[in-house]
Write a protein of this length. Sequence first.
Length: 77
Amino acid sequence: MEKPFHRFTELFAQLGLPTSEDGIRQFISTHRPLPGGTRIEDAEFWTQSQRQLLRDLIGQDADWAELADQLNAALHS
């Protein structure tokens, strides 16, 4: 069985964030860099529901986990 392929825009939609290329770029540039020891799901700018969604995606190693890792890398760079 093939793993579903999710796009970065879909993760942003799940988080209730803008899904346009410009919106994603602006979100990342506004919120980076995260301090080195800050886990993505613990960043102060998330709402409680966004934080919980990220914890679930990462903790369950869901299909979305790779995208959460990419967002983590973008926010820490």
